[in-house]
Design a protein around this ligand. Structure first.
Ligand SMILES: [Zn+2]
Length: 230
């Protein structure tokens, strides 16, 4: 069935083929296709995380073992992620994935130690409406680059949660309790799993997904997100 989200994504893709590239943020004409859809000025306005680590648990309450985030959630990152998630700008994965790879390589993060890589899933209803899962676009690109097995359907979002952005920190945790289950624990037992998401805010979403993975027998769970709130 063709959904509105799929149609919108198709039309945007068709427009990008017909019209020349402009910077996604300032609309300046790009004379090179190698600028990752951003002009040098806008690309430079993204603030990269000075350390590989994201927000760490101080009391051992996170179910994942570590979290890495590529850039800070400043205004340009917010605009890009909004377009990526809500405006069908799926081509942004071609901007984000190379930036994530640069980051992993710069800090020599041991991605090759992971057995499989999986995205935070959307609830099936939201996935149908949107036409794509933005985190799966990131995880599949990283999987191809590093040669790690991609398992897009490993986690199932069983709870249709309200949008996290409208909730306070405490509500975000309650909202995400029991949000995920594992399709088959035999795929997970003893495995080192890399979870991919677009944004790390309180960590409630990735914690809940990591908890489902650990309960199913995952040996270790790492998290990599494109952005992190400051
Ligand atoms: Zn620009």
């Amino acid at each position: 069935m063709v959904t509105y989200g799929m149609l919108q994504a198709f039309l945007r893709g068709a427009c990008e083929l017909i019209f020349p590239d402009n910077c996604l943020l300032c609309r300046q004409f790009l004379n090179s296709r190698h600028q990752r859809q951003l002009c040098a000025h806008c690309l430079g306005s993204l603030e990269f995380n000075p350390t590989p680590l994201g927000r760490q648990s101080t009391n051992g309450s996170f179910a994942f073992d570590h979290a890495w985030s590529v850039c800070l959630y400043n205004e340009p990152a917010q605009k890009l992620l909004h377009a990526f998630k809500y405006n069908s700008k799926t081509s942004l994965s071609k901007t984000f994935v190379p930036l994530m790879i640069d980051f992993v390589d710069r800090f020599a993060l041991p991605l090759q130690k992971f057995d499989l890589i999986t995205p935070i899933p959307l609830h099936p209803v939201r996935r149908r409406e949107r036409g794509y899962n933005q985190s799966a676009l990131l995880s599949s690109g990283l999987s191809r680059h590093y040669g790690i097995l991609h398992s897009e359907d490993l986690l199932i979002r069983q709870k249709q949660t309200s949008t996290q952005t409208e909730l306070g920190a405490k509500q975000r945790w309650t909202n995400m309790e029991g949000a995920f289950r594992i399709k088959s624990s035999t795929d997970v037992e003893g495995k080192i799993v890399m979870l991919i998401d677009d944004l790390f805010t309180t960590g409630a979403t990735v914690h809940s997904a990591a908890q489902a993975l650990k309960t199913a027998g995952a040996a270790r769970v790492g998290v990599l997100t494109f952005s992190i709130t400051v």
